[in-house]
Design a binder for this molecule. Structure first.
Ligand SMILES: CCCCC/C=C\C/C=C\C/C=C\C/C=C\CCCC(=O)SCCNC(=O)CCNC(=O)[C@H](O)C(C)(C)COP(=O)(O)OP(=O)(O)OC[C@H]1O[C@@H](n2cnc3c(N)ncnc32)[C@H](O)[C@@H]1OP(=O)(O)O
Length: 194
């Protein structure tokens, strides 16, 4: 089954995504976009600490091992946590486009239960771009990178300016982020997008 929502179908004049010339080389880790991010930061004890790597074209891979803090039913990953893993992996594609974008729509299929202790092997790619809209798809496999698909998602990300975060984020975290030179450098690099 794949994305059923009409909003996830790229328009006929959508463009093929283009990898930014300064994007990390295939195999390189992308790093976290924000240390406190529940998906990729190392500052959140129960966070997913997902570490995505650049793939070929506009694609990424990542792994996430389900821990007891991520349960929904006894011994099984919570669906929302699995959706977070997919969302974060899809979000990391923006590093390769050098675009700042947020999830507008995320459609998820849960095809197999994922037990605690399982490593989810994630893969995502951008399929099309239309104006500010970025269309992408992701899978999460269990038992190895070529194992059966347990979860999958189709998504629409929407490009935003840095001001999106400054305007909407809580003041104390925004102030701390702006006072962190590494954080500012990381975000500003995305603003130069020829
Ligand atoms: C210097 C300090 C800064 C500190 C910042 C630190 C770090 C930040 C850096 C990077 C982080 C970036 C992202 C995080 C990365 C990964 C985490 C995983 C990703 C996430 O977890 S991220 C959080 C969840 N996410 C949201 O929190 C979004 C809430 N939301 C909104 O903020 C607005 O809703 C927005 C911006 C989405 C759109 O608003 P808008 O006003 O800008 O644009 P508009 O509505 O005109 O939409 C334009 C075109 O997109 C179509 N469109 C829009 N939404 C759609 C939908 N839902 N379904 C179908 N189509 C949709 C329209 O139909 C139109 O299409 P068309 O052009 O064809 O008419």
């Amino acid at each position: 089954m794949s994305g059923t929502s009409p909003a996830l179908q790229p328009p006929a004049d959508a463009l093929t995504p283009v990898r930014h010339p300064d994007a990390p080389a295939p195999g390189e880790p992308l790093g976290s976009h924000y240390a406190e991010c529940f998906g990729c930061g190392d500052g959140r004890p129960h966070g997913l600490r997902l570490q995505a790597r650049a793939g070929e074209g506009v694609s990424v891979t990542a792994e996430f091992t389900v821990r007891p803090a991520h349960q929904g039913a006894p011994g099984l990953a919570h669906g929302g946590v699995l959706a977070t893993a997919l969302d974060e992996t899809l979000g990391s594609l923006n590093w390769l486009l050098r675009t700042i974008a947020v999830t507008g729509r995320l459609e998820t299929d849960f095809q197999r239960p994922v037990p605690v202790g399982t490593t989810l092997h994630l893969e995502a790619e951008v399929t099309a771009v239309s104006g500010r809209k970025i269309y992408s798809t992701a899978t999460g496999r269990i038992g190895g990178p070529d194992g059966p698909v347990a979860v999958r998602a189709d998504a629409l990300f929407v490009e935003v300016k840095v001001e999106h975060f400054v305007e909407h984020g809580r003041e104390e975290e925004i102030r701390a982020a702006m006072d962190d030179p590494d954080q500012v450098r990381r975000v500003r690099a995305f603003e130069v997008n020829p």
